[in-house]
Design a protein around this ligand. Structure first.
Ligand SMILES: Cc1cc2nc3c(=O)[nH]c(=O)nc-3n(C[C@H](O)[C@H](O)[C@H](O)COP(=O)(O)OP(=O)(O)OC[C@H]3O[C@@H](n4cnc5c(N)ncnc54)[C@H](O)[C@@H]3O)c2cc1C
Ligand code: FES
Ligand code: FES
Length: 499
């Protein structure tokens, strides 16, 4: 078993063991312990501003290329980099010349104080890497692609101008700056087995390593059996998928795990497919992969995911992390409630399935035993007479926390509602179905009147509180109004006559 991480940083091989494996990527990059790379900035340390954006190249399926995506390094941990190539803004430099992206930022006056600039440059490089080479970036590509980056002084017009001037044909891939083939050869020659880093032992025996708290033992299993047996041995260990929730908690001093089970290397958790008309999403599949996959399968779900965090967050975060984090304002859960998803759980004792609504027992309380892990989620796809509408209401369109979420699912026979399923978030301790509103709609014509009546009933089925995102009164009105909005939005696509 390997007792250290191996990854490349700007083309240089790094072997990491001990407590450094548990620190955030920005601490690793910026601290003198490893290699001072202060071009990667830290402003919010919460994944909100993108100043810390770096490119992470993961080995492609065949092991003969890196697939580069941006992440927020401030909320990622070093153990997430095993077998990757990380590129920071310093790594873009080639013989003292600026890259085409950097030149465009200079020419278009895209930088003033410069604190956000490395993040924007890395995010634009990430966009170019994912763009097929003969297409210019569209305005939508740029606006969505840069939605995870904040600039407080330049203003976005000049930055967007810089993006518009880029011609991907003229931009050399980041790969070409490095000896990619020897990095690939070196990483693929590592044995495929698990990694175990006993950071605690090293910290205890090596006084020269300074840490703030007791570092955890870190396990990177590569098979489900191995993950489950380690889970059974260490029920207090924390499962980590994309770390977009846990990384923020770490930076707030609220995450001090005894042991870590990092799931990303477990091949069996990588499932993303449609089986018997059910969408199956494994526990390590990132939001960006899901977003691309459901574009055709469930366009409404795809649409709501374009507003989930930022590209950096979606490249790392997972559906399963969102479900297990169990926030009442988690954007994904209302859809999975009305779609009737099933959670698949596993432990050394065997497997079991739980309908998603029974998985949530109360505020942040799950029907998940200490020795279990979530393996995947199965979701029936809508049939031709089933219609879905999803809402995320937040103060800003992009990169904002929901005030209220809602999902509507109607089974229609011509213009008659055969059945309705409705779920709301942000209006109680868990996501809630609205049985009285649903019952009032059954066998009714799909009409504004029926939806408005149901909306009024819904007010009695939710228990919102007042907080910084809105008062209880506002949330009650919002939920009622969403019923009418849903009628107008869906009737447009159904050509229903308003009554
Ligand atoms: C800047 C920012 C923006 C965000 N925007 C949104 C947003 O728009 N909407 C939204 O809903 N959320 C948002 N989030 C929250 C977060 O990104 C999501 O909840 C994400 O889906 C979490 O996934 P993860 O893989 O990163 O989870 P992690 O942080 O790795 O883990 C989250 C929880 O899941 C548990 N877990 C992980 N894997 C398993 C498993 N296999 N079995 C059991 N438990 C497991 C972990 O132990 C932990 O308790 C945002 C976060 C940030 C930092
Ligand atoms: S420092 Fe703001 S996202 Fe990382
Ligand atoms: S240039 Fe100052 S924050 Fe963007």
């Amino acid at each position: 078993m390997r007792d250290h991480l191996v990854f490349y940083l700007n083309g240089i091989r790094h072997c990491v063991s001990g407590p450094l494996a548990a620190c955030t990527v920005t601490d690793y990059l910026r601290s003198g312990v490893s290699q001072r790379l202060p071009g990667t900035k830290v402003a919010c340390a919460e994944g909100d501003c993108g100043a810390c954006t770096v490119l992470v190249g993961k080995l492609g399926a065949e092991g003969n290329s890196f697939e580069y995506q941006t992440i927020d390094a401030c909320i990622a941990f070093v153990y997430q980099l095993d077998r990757c190539h990380v590129i920071t803004v310093e790594g873009l430099q080639h013989q003292e010349t600026l890259t085409a992206v950097q030149t465009a930022m200079v020419d278009c006056h895209g930088s003033q104080c410069g604190f956000c600039t490395p993040g924007f440059v890395m995010a634009m490089h990430g966009l170019v890497e994912q763009q097929s080479c003969d297409n210019n970036l569209t305005d939508d590509d740029l606006r969505l692609g840069l939605s995870g980056n904040l600039c407080r002084c330049t203003g976005y017009a000049q930055i967007l101008d810089a993006g518009h001037t880029l011609n991907p044909v003229d931009i050399t891939s980041v790969d070409s700056k490095f000896d990619t083939s020897s990095m690939l050869a070196s990483l693929t020659s590592l044995d495929n087995g698990p990694v175990h880093i006993n950071a605690r032992h090293v910290a205890e025996t090596n006084n020269s390593v300074v840490t703030n708290s007791t570092p955890p033992e870190i396990f990177l299993p590569t098979t489900l059996d191995d993950l489950l047996s380690r889970r059974a041995e260490r029920t207090s260990a924390t499962l980590v998928a994309g770390a977009t929730d846990l990384g923020v908690q770490h930076n707030h001093g609220k995450f001090s795990p005894t042991d870590i089970l990092f799931t990303q290397g477990v091949a069996e958790l990588d499932q993303l497919e449609v089986v018997d008309n059910e969408l199956v999403i494994g526990a390590t599949v990132s939001w960006s992969r899901i977003e691309a996959f459901v574009r055709e399968q469930v366009p409404e779900y795809h649409q709501i995911l374009t507003r989930f965090g930022s590209p950096q967050v979606r490249h790392a975060g997972t559906l399963i992390g969102n479900l297990a984090n169990a926030s009442p304002i988690a954007d994904s859960i209302p859809f999975h409630y009305v779609a009737g998803s099933t959670i698949e759980l596993a432990s050394v004792g065997g497997r079991r399935e739980v309908p998603i609504e029974q998985f949530y027992l109360g505020y942040k309380q799950l029907d998940l035993r200490p020795d279990e892990v979530i393996v995947s989620v199965r979701t029936p796809l809508p049939t031709s007479n089933e219609h879905l509408k999803l809402y995320k209401i937040s103060k800003r369109r992009d990169m904002d926390i929901s005030t209220v979420t809602a999902a509507f699912w109607f089974e229609l026979d011509d213009q008659t509602i055969l059945s309705a399923r409705i779920a709301t978030g942000g209006v109680g301790p868990t996501i809630a179905r609205l049985p009285k509103a649903e019952a009032s709609l059954a066998r009714k014509p799909f009409s504004l009147d029926a939806l408005q009546t149901a909306g009024r009933l819904a007010r009695d089925e939710i228990t919102p509180i007042s907080d910084v995102r809105g008062s209880a009164t506002y949330r009650l009105q919002l939920v009622e109004n969403l019923f009418a909005k849903c009628f107008h939005d869906l009737s447009a696509s159904l050509s229903t006559v308003e009554v």
